[in-house]
Design a protein around this ligand. Structure first.
Ligand code: SF4
Length: 403
């Protein structure tokens, strides 16, 4: 009797929009080591802060939903307990805070308890940004949120499927989003107008001024619609930076995934919050100068802020930019339309194809550095653990000291 062989397990590769696609686009080889090889970075400043600020905003929303506590929130009383909780959650996952960005009371050798903490000694950059993000956007954003932390998933055909080589005929794509709804927007305007005549919700004001957004809502049937939001723990990218385009594609892909869910309403826009803009660092201000000089920013800047940035004496304190500029730079609207979505999906298919190709090349015997390209921007390379051996030509010219 002939026994049939057990068939291979049918596995559909799953890709997360931020964890896989954006990481791969940042640097193929770094993605291979860090994400696929699960070699966590030794200085995970960007990764840690991205996760931290997402967690803080989500928890702050839940807290506000339960207590409806009035803003502004006090750092020590209201924000620090949330920071502590998120820090602990990240440490459990092996993500430890960079010392000069965040003061942790969760490490075993920390002699300071949450009761002893004070803003002067312990409120470092990440805490300042978390505090500012909650108090700047919380009052305007939280009342509009309809669904928080919504998991969106979808399946797409594997690009250039090859029966002999490809790992599967489909690939899965997923992400987590917050959704604002027109119902909540109407409710918020209604509730507040009856209490306060001069109530202005800054998010609604920004949306009212956006002509593409207004055009989109005038074209939908009925008056129900949705807006997708995402937080980024980074500065607003310059318009010439490839990240600028990648973020747009990410939101468009989210909107496609969300539109496939049963309870979805038409999605008319996406909003990205670049939360580092609320408390810019030295490097952020330097980049801002370069962007203004080279006309690589989409945000108009007033005369006073322009002078402060362009005539900044770097030996002295940072210039204090106006709240108006910081808010404008931290808020970005992405217009959603069918053509743009198709275009974004095609681009993401192409990225998945590249990732799959590298995986297959490696599986077929190619060595890691041949299968995955080492190419990234200087800022990424400077903070990368693999720069001494990755083979990137620019890094070869630098003189690294190996301890
Ligand atoms: S140093 Fe730069 S090019 Fe090399 S692996 Fe790291 S990010 Fe990629």
């Amino acid at each position: 009797m002939k026994l049939s062989a057990r068939s291979d397990a049918y596995i559909i590769p799953e890709y997360s929009l931020t964890g896989d696609l954006l990481s791969f686009l940042t640097c193929n080889l770094q993605y291979r080591y860090q994400n696929r090889g699960t070699l966590p970075p030794s200085m995970p400043v960007q990764l840690w802060f991205g996760e931290f600020i997402h967690g803080v905003m989500e928890e702050a929303f839940l807290e506000w939903e339960n207590t409806k506590k009035q803003f502004p929130w006090d750092w020590k009383e209201d924000v620090r307990p949330i920071e502590d909780m998120i820090d602990l959650r990240l440490q459990v996952r092996g993500l430890y805070p960079p010392k000069n960005h965040f003061f942790t009371t969760n490490s075993p050798d920390s002699k300071i308890t949450s009761d002893d903490i004070n803003a002067h000694d312990h409120k470092k950059l990440a805490s300042a940004r978390a505090h500012e993000a909650i108090n700047t956007w919380g009052p305007h954003l939280f009342p509009l949120i309809d669904s928080a932390e919504l998991l969106i998933k979808g399946l797409r055909n594997m690009p250039n499927y090859d029966e002999k080589k490809s790992r599967s005929n489909y690939y899965g794509i997923n992400g987590v989003i917050d959704v604002l709804s027109s119902i909540k927007i109407d409710e918020t305007i209604g509730n507040n107008q009856s209490i306060l005549d001069n109530y202005t919700n800054k998010i609604i004001e920004f949306l009212k001024k956006d002509t593409d957004f207004q055009k989109n809502i005038s074209e939908i049937d009925g008056n129900e619609y949705e807006i997708i939001i995402d937080y980024k723990g980074m500065k607003r990218p310059s318009t010439s930076d490839k990240t600028w385009e990648h973020h747009k594609q990410q939101i468009l892909t989210y909107s496609w995934l969300r539109s496939k869910q049963e309870d979805a309403k038409p999605i008319v826009a996406g909003i990205i919050f670049y939360l580092n803009e609320l408390v810019p660092s030295y490097e952020d201000l330097q980049s801002m100068q370069i962007e203004i000089e080279n006309d690589q920013t989409d945000i108009e800047i007033g005369e006073e802020d322009f002078d402060k940035i362009m005539n900044w004496d770097k030996t002295k304190d940072y210039p204090q930019l106006s709240d108006e500029l910081k808010e404008k730079r931290s808020f970005r609207i992405i217009t959603i339309n069918e053509d743009e979505i198709d275009n974004a999906l095609e681009k993401f298919d192409a990225v998945v194809y590249d990732i799959e190709k590298s995986i297959i090349d490696e599986r077929d015997g190619c060595n890691i550095k041949q299968a995955w390209k080492a190419e990234a921007e200087e800022r990424t390379c400077n903070a990368c653990d693999f720069k001494t051996f990755c083979g990137n030509e620019k890094n070869k010219k630098k003189n690294f000291k190996i301890p």
